[in-house]
Design a protein. Structure first.
Length: 276
């Protein structure tokens, strides 16, 4: 292995990018000329990194990993390592990371497995704090916050703008809906409907993530519709099937219809049941 980036040599500098002379970048890796690579970082042959991204000291990026523009990967992160799955037999699986993500120290993000779609994916604008683990075949949306030591098992889905508290564990095949707030050290083993605030072990729904909705600019009409869905799911003693049917019949304005659709999509796709 040796340093390579569109003809740049070890220690080379452009106007905005540089590769430290101690970094090891495989000749086949594809790095935009503006990428910065810190001391002792290691980048493998099947890695693609987009414009303006930064790779910190001692970080390792390997596997079939594609990283978009404007990402900041801090020191000692491990990105694109093989999945921690005993069934994995060296299949050609991938990790795809979008744009403008922050990936802090000692995070581990693994590639997918052949038993699923073969891809682990992270969207755009995520804030991934130190020691977070994102296992094989996870799907992390856009604008999420994964606090320190949050642990996502295989095949987990975390939807847009969810916040996962520090030391939270999420069981394999579980989905956390959009705009969810999961408190510190939550134990999530069932799907969490969008907009909810949860915490605890065992997990409990504590209410709506109203502060999160306010910060995201939700209108009064949208919040009112979300409150109705919360009441139907958790406050009226209905079965899940009956609550789902009532939610589908809610009379809401055009703006809130997207939120009803988001709720129904998660309820219909749930295979583990929902957090109650």
């Amino acid at each position: 292995m040796h340093h390579a980036r569109r003809g740049l040599k070890a220690g080379a500098h452009t106007a905005v990018g540089s590769i430290h002379p101690t970094a090891i970048v495989d000749a086949a890796a594809q790095l935009d000329a503006s990428v910065q690579v810190g001391p002792y970082a290691v980048i493998g042959p099947h890695v693609v990194i987009g414009a303006g991204s930064t790779v910190g000291a001692h970080a390792v990026i390997e596997g079939r990993t594609t990283i978009g523009a404007g990402n900041h990967i801090f020191q000692f992160a491990s990105v694109g390592a093989p999945p921690q799955d005993k069934k994995y037999a060296g299949e050609s699986t991938e990790l795809v990371i979008g744009e403008r993500n922050t990936i802090r120290e000692f995070c581990t993000i693994n590639t997918g497995t052949a038993q699923d779609r073969g891809v682990t994916s992270v969207g755009d604008d995520n804030w991934i704090m130190a020691y977070v683990h994102i296992a094989h075949d996870c799907r992390v949306g856009n604008g999420t916050v994964l606090a320190n030591n949050a642990t996502l098992a295989g095949h987990v889905q975390v939807d847009d703008f969810a916040i996962i508290g520090g030391l939270t564990g999420i069981h394999q095949f579980t989905r956390v809906g959009a705009y969810v707030m999961a408190g510190f050290a939550s134990h999530i083993s069932q799907d969490v409907p969008p907009f909810m605030m949860v915490d605890g072990h065992p997990l409990a729904v504590r209410g709506l993530n109203l502060e999160g909705l306010r910060r995201r600019g939700f209108s009064a009409g949208r919040v009112a519709a979300i409150k109705q869905m919360h009441r139907l799911l958790y406050r009226q003693g209905l079965t899940l099937a009956a609550a789902r049917a009532a939610i589908a019949e809610l009379a809401v304005d055009d703006e809130a219809r997207q939120d009803v659709a988001r709720m129904l999509a998660l309820l219909d796709a749930s295979s583990r049941g929902i957090a109650r």
